[in-house]
Design a protein around this ligand. Structure first.
Ligand SMILES: C[S@@+](CC[C@H](N)C(=O)[O-])C[C@H]1O[C@@H](n2cnc3c(N)ncnc32)[C@H](O)[C@@H]1O
Length: 308
């Protein structure tokens, strides 16, 4: 009960704030799914992270404005893969996987999807987004493989299922840019359906609570998972943009980033609300892989049902 009261009053506050927010109004006018698009646009204007034809992975993509920016900036022929724990309508041209990114099984599934550089990539004659939905309710870290297969089959827009070496670097990496904007969605930014799953997946995952140390700790978990994934999949020269909530451990994260990337910048975009402790690491040009950041132990783990 208490929870509902808190949700509805914060949702009213949110609506009032959005009404006054020029970035939110602009996003609506420009057909963007949320004001968050402007944060990435600012980052891209400064650091030029996107190029045509890239493979971009968007962690915590919903409702999808970062993916919209990535589609636009990598066309023609870019491929964008979005992952989110909540169900959402994927933006045009984006392949999506629903699942909890803190789960090894989900991370392994994303890597499997990426292995074929053509999977999810539009061709001249055919746009090929693929939507893979994890229907699990209690168990957010499992993926329904049969549904996954039948989804891919029935959508039938995958250009090729044959893995090819094209699009990979010397060490077999296939991703040009990893984005992570993972954190709790603002109310109403996503379809109302996410609220229905509130009681389950959000218990152990990152929830912005307004309690700084808690938000910071949750954010560090999400950033670590995103960084390990970036280390496992980013080509030499690839970029990583990662939201974090500022706090005691972010220096440690920055140190880790410096091991893997040639340049690491902290950014607080103008469109990021000043009262929020969120900020972004923009990590540029992945170094040639060293033993320090060699592959993680992520393995397909479809049985594992615990959210880590
Ligand atoms: C601020 S929103 C992202 C907004 C998005 N960048 C956009 O432009 O529309 C954060 C997203 O992270 C997702 N998220 C949080 N924790 C997650 C997790 N453990 N696994 C997958 N997605 C997660 C939330 O469901 C939410 O949709």
């Amino acid at each position: 009960m208490l929870c509902n009261v808190r949700l509805s009053s914060s949702s009213t506050r949110w609506k009032t704030r959005q009404g006054k927010d020029s970035f939110a109004r602009k996003a609506k006018l420009e057909g963007l799914k949320s004001r968050a698009a402007f944060k990435l646009l600012e980052v891209d204007a400064k650091y030029k992270i996107f190029k045509r034809g890239q493979t971009v992975v968007d962690l915590g993509y919903a409702p999808g404005s970062w993916s919209q920016v990535a589609v636009e900036r990598t066309k023609p022929n870019g491929r964008i893969v979005g992952i989110d724990i909540i169900p959402a309508q994927p933006p045009k041209g984006v392949s999506t996987i629903q699942g909890n990114f803190l789960s090894e099984g989900v991370r392994a599934e994303v890597k499997r999807f990426l292995e074929d550089p053509n999977q999810g990539r539009p061709t001249a004659s055919l746009a090929a987004p693929v939507e893979i939905t994890n229907t699990a309710t209690d168990n957010e870290s499992s993926i329904d493989e049969s549904r996954l297969q039948s989804n891919a089959d029935s959508i039938g827009k995958v250009t090729s299922s044959k893995p090819s070496k094209k699009g990979q670097d010397d060490s077999g990496k296939m991703v040009d840019v990893v984005l992570s904007d993972m954190s709790e969605p603002w109310p109403l930014e996503t379809p109302s359906s996410w609220k229905r799953s509130l009681s389950d997946p959000y218990i152990r995952m990152m929830n912005t609570s307004g309690i700084n140390y808690k938000d910071h700790a949750g954010s560090m978990d999400l950033c670590s998972a995103a960084l390990q994934f970036a280390r496992d999949t980013l080509k030499t020269g690839g970029h990583f943009v990662c939201k974090f909530y500022q706090g005691a451990e972010d220096k440690e994260l920055e140190k880790e980033l410096r091991k893997t990337f040639k340049a690491v910048h902290r950014e607080k975009p103008e469109s990021s609300r000043s009262e929020s402790r969120e900020a972004y690491f923009v990590a540029m040009r992945r170094k040639k892989e060293s033993t320090e950041d060699a592959g993680s132990q992520d393995k397909p783990d479809m049985e594992a049902s615990k959210i880590e």
